[in-house]
Ligand binder design. Structure first.
Ligand code: G3H
Length: 307
């Protein structure tokens, strides 16, 4: 849709109310204990399993893809009735896309590539656009772009819209996630406005962070962005996805995020085409929790069986 500056400028964010609400969330009994294992398996299916390090190698990416294909030990999956569970995607730098595509052959797990000069997004614009095309040509089905934060900080919404629109076009059929780097945007009002402008310009997802900022995914930012997504859908009928990324490493945190999504956006957003976790270490903690859940259940049966 065209840039609607009146709508953008009318957007406010009640920071204190958002922060008060966010403080109540971790303490809520988000998910009944009995269902936690099911929700943790849901979290795995919604995860962009990520490695974004300067020392990434083909071997590391192949090991990551093996985990994406088999995120939890087979006996645990069988005990949970979750055979065939995989992650939502694998997320890597451009140079690792071909390796990931090869390692995921025979699965439906897409490869996401961070792009456009990730994480700073300050390389020459024509090269940022070219990088998108290179990653799509290498087999990436999802492109995680970074926006120019200065356009938000200076209120240059037309420039942000134009850049996002051109990146959207360069993706072709690939899905585009707009990384706002919210930790560098100053205020929640800027986060809300940048979210809206990127959605107007065609973003399929809006994503909190690169994971490289000092502050990455937070609950107040999440509330701000998912409410922008809800408002956008209410006014346009268009559903945009949400990806919190950076610093989400504990299973209990994933459950809080999922309950927020359920409360604020509804079950439709609990699907991989509308929600993803961007995470490199979250899977490890979820796997430990699931192993404990299954082992604990067995030991209860064993105790019962032997009287
Ligand atoms: O989605 C991309 C992020 O870099 C993942 O951040 P993390 O390593 O803190 O999980």
């Amino acid at each position: 849709m065209p840039l609607d500056l009146d709508w953008v400028m009318a957007v406010q964010a009640n920071t204190s109310a958002i922060e008060r609400r966010a403080q109540t969330l971790p303490g809520r009994r988000s998910v009944k204990k009995d269902y936690q294992a099911a929700w943790l398996c849901k979290a795995i299916s919604l995860m962009d399993l990520t490695t974004l390090s300067g020392d990434d190698s083909e071997g590391r990416v192949r090991r990551l893809c093996a985990k994406a294909r088999q995120p939890v030990a087979q006996p645990i999956l069988e005990a949970l009735g979750m055979e065939g569970l995989t992650t939502g995607a694998v997320c890597v730098y451009h140079d690792m896309v071909a390796t990931a595509v090869d390692a995921l052959q025979g699965t439906s797990i897409p490869v996401a590539a961070v792009s456009t000069g990730f994480p700073a997004g300050l390389s020459p614009f024509h090269l940022r656009i070219a990088e998108i095309g290179e990653s799509v040509a290498a087999g990436a089905q999802e492109i995680d772009i970074v926006i120019s934060r200065r356009h938000v900080l200076t209120g240059n919404w037309q420039a942000l819209y134009d850049e996002m629109k051109e990146m959207r076009a360069a993706c072709g059929d690939a899905h585009i996630k707009a990384i706002l780097a919210t930790g560098e945007l100053g205020t929640l009002r800027n986060v809300a406005r940048a979210s809206l402008v990127c959605m107007m310009a065609g973003a399929d997802f809006i994503k909190t962070s690169t994971g490289k900022e000092p502050i990455n995914a937070t609950l107040p930012v999440t509330l701000t962005m998912i409410r922008a997504i809800r408002d956008y859908q209410d006014r346009t009928g268009i559903k945009v996805g949400y990806k919190p990324a950076g610093g989400i490493s504990k299973a209990k945190d994933a459950l809080v995020y999922l309950s927020m999504i359920k409360d604020e956006l509804g079950d439709r957003w609990l699907q991989p085409d509308l929600f993803r976790f961007g995470a490199s270490s979250l899977l490890g903690d979820i796997e430990r929790q699931l192993e404990h859940h299954v082992t604990g259940a067995y030991s209860a049966q064993w105790r019962h069986a032997i009287g």
